[in-house]
Design a binder for this molecule. Structure first.
Ligand code: TMP
Length: 210
């Protein structure tokens, strides 16, 4: 039997709780013996980890928004070729903590780059691996900021106006493509959020197996 794959991405502000929820979903899938991998962008390959260090902790004055666009997509292109594409081909559930929508909101809504230009670059890196489901944990900025680690990278140390643009950018994207997005109130209790996610993923897996 051909086991169907599923490609799930998690998105939201830093501190929204997506990394925890991605991990909890991954654990659930393992528990029910479903083949799954959990990845994170930027990173999850040796090249991606190098790029992550550069974009998150490099000298702020030296990275233009277009440079950021290419660096995130270089990391992505490698991750897609090295891991995501082969995993999907063998029926694995692929979970990625941040993906192309992060580039649209951070480099587009946040840094001001043209969204269509970003889509074109994203598409090159994607190699036709489009997410089936994107989960947005929507949290007010104050809640996300309160949950963040104390040391801030180049993005976390941006001002409130920047982060507000990120939040509304995500909501715009979700509104424009409701069939792909699951928007969850990130202020709900952790186990309630997990239950909503598992219910949705179970439904998609069952539909695929029909
Ligand atoms: P994280 O590793 O803590 O998730 O941080 C990654 C940061 O990089 C986060 O603040 C969002 C930002 N980012 C972009 O600006 N564009 C992108 O395409 C991605 C994947 C992340």
């Amino acid at each position: 039997m051909n086991i169907p794959s599923l490609f799930i991405t998690f998105e939201g502000l830093d501190g929204c709780g997506k990394s925890l929820q991605a991990k909890l979903l991954y654990r659930h899938l393992k528990k029910i013996s479903r083949k799954a991998i959990l990845l994170h962008e930027p990173g999850s390959t040796p090249l991606g980890e190098e790029i992550s260090r550069l974009v998150k902790w490099g000298d702020t004055t030296r990275l233009s928004p277009v440079t950021e666009l290419f660096l995130f997509n270089a990391s992505r292109a490698q991750l897609v070729s090295e891991t995501i594409k082969p995993a999907l081909a063998e029926g694995t559930v692929v979970i990625v903590d941040r993906f192309t929508d992060s580039t649209l909101v951070y480099q587009g809504y946040g840094r001001g780059l043209d969204l269509d230009m970003i889509r074109q670059v994203n598409d090159i890196a994607l190699q036709d691996c489009h997410p089936d489901l994107s989960i947005l944990l929507d949290t007010p900025l104050e809640v996300a900021t309160g949950r963040r680690k104390k040391t801030s990278d180049r993005f976390e140390s941006e001002n409130d106006a920047f982060h507000r643009k990120i939040r509304s950018g995500y909501l715009d994207l979700a509104e424009s493509e409701p069939e792909r997005w699951l928007v969850i109130d990130g202020t709900l209790e952790i186990n309630i959020i997990t239950d909503i996610i598992i219910e949705k993923v179970t439904l998609l897996l069952e539909t695929d197996e029909d």
